[in-house]
Design a protein around this ligand. Structure first.
Ligand SMILES: Nc1nc2c(c(=O)[nH]1)N[C@H]1C(S)=C(S)[C@@H](COP(=O)(O)O)O[C@H]1N2
Ligand SMILES: [Mo]
Length: 263
């Protein structure tokens, strides 16, 4: 006698069942991803705030990720990579004026008495006049200046290469430090910059724009032109220069902007 093989018959799912199954799967996926995101968000939210001060106080893991971008770019940064330059006739004739912190709020400023204050490693100060700076080799650049607020403009600047300035004034030991801090004479606007960017061959202490002395609004008598950074780091009217191995205070980083602000 032959045994009867039990046949398992696959009954096709009805359309209704198919829909229900798909709904179940997609709802399950939604639930899994959703709760994952929620847990992640909770983790970030419960994470302690970064110590206030240098940066705008994001949650520690988030700030850590932002600081990692600085490390990443610093490691891959090459001083041989140059920002694109343009012919002089492409430069804006009346470059825009963006913001005047440390300039319009300083009624006591006397340009004739101005000297650049450099804080040395031995805690002493060195004072350098604009004539001493203008006596150094002049470098010009025409490049696309970019502001984080979303505008850019081709501009023509001239001054001394920051690296030439540091060599000439024997600030080599100071420049060994990881960061440079710059401030306006009244201390109202200030930036911090890492060593690689200050030594970049296109970084200038500028005293001319479009072949003439820089105007007050654009940062007379001396401003920073650092093409590898966004406008926020290009401090106008430099009063004080310092060096350190920890990040100097930075006006916009305190407001939550990226400290590195590189291009
Ligand atoms: N002292 C000082 N420097 C400053 C600023 C400022 O407000 N004060 N603004 C920065 C910003 S956000 C930009 S985009 C550029 C604008 O330079 P400009 O006014 O010469 O175009 O200067 C930078 N340097
Ligand atoms: Mo800016």
């Amino acid at each position: 006698m032959k045994t009867n093989h039990k046949k398992t018959v696959k009954i096709p799912l009805t359309v209704d069942q198919k829909i229900r199954r798909r709904t179940f799967i997609s709802f399950g996926t939604f639930l899994a991803l959703g709760s994952g995101a929620y847990v992640g968000w909770k983790w970030l939210l419960n994470a302690p705030e970064e110590t206030a001060g240098i940066t705008g106080g994001a949650r520690v893991p988030l700030r850590r990720a932002l600081n990692k971008t600085e490390l990443f770019f610093r490691n891959f940064f090459s001083n041989k990579h140059l920002v694109k330059t343009y012919p002089v006739d492409r430069a804006a004739k009346n470059p825009r004026i963006n913001s005047l912190i440390g300039i319009e709020d300083d009624e006591d400023f006397d340009i004739a008495a101005w000297k650049l204050q450099v804080k040395l490693n031995n805690q002493k100060n060195r004072y350098i006049t604009i004539e001493e700076i203008k006596a150094l080799p002049k470098t010009e650049i025409v490049y696309d200046f970019k502001c984080v607020e979303g505008w850019d403009e081709i501009q023509h600047w001239a001054g001394v290469k920051l690296s030439d300035f540091l060599t000439h004034f024997q600030l080599g030991n100071e420049a060994e430090k990881q960061y440079m801090g710059l401030e306006t004479p009244n201390g109202a606007y200030y930036v911090g910059l890492e060593r690689e960017s200050i030594l970049h061959p296109q970084t200038l202490l500028a005293y001319e724009m479009n072949g003439k002395a820089i105007s007050t609004e654009h940062g007379a008598p001396l401003r920073l032109i650092i093409p590898v950074k966004y406008g926020i780091k290009n401090l106008k009217r430099i009063g004080m220069m310092s060096f350190s191995n920890s990040r100097p205070k930075d006006y916009w980083a305190e407001q939550g902007y990226d400290y590195y602000s590189g291009l």
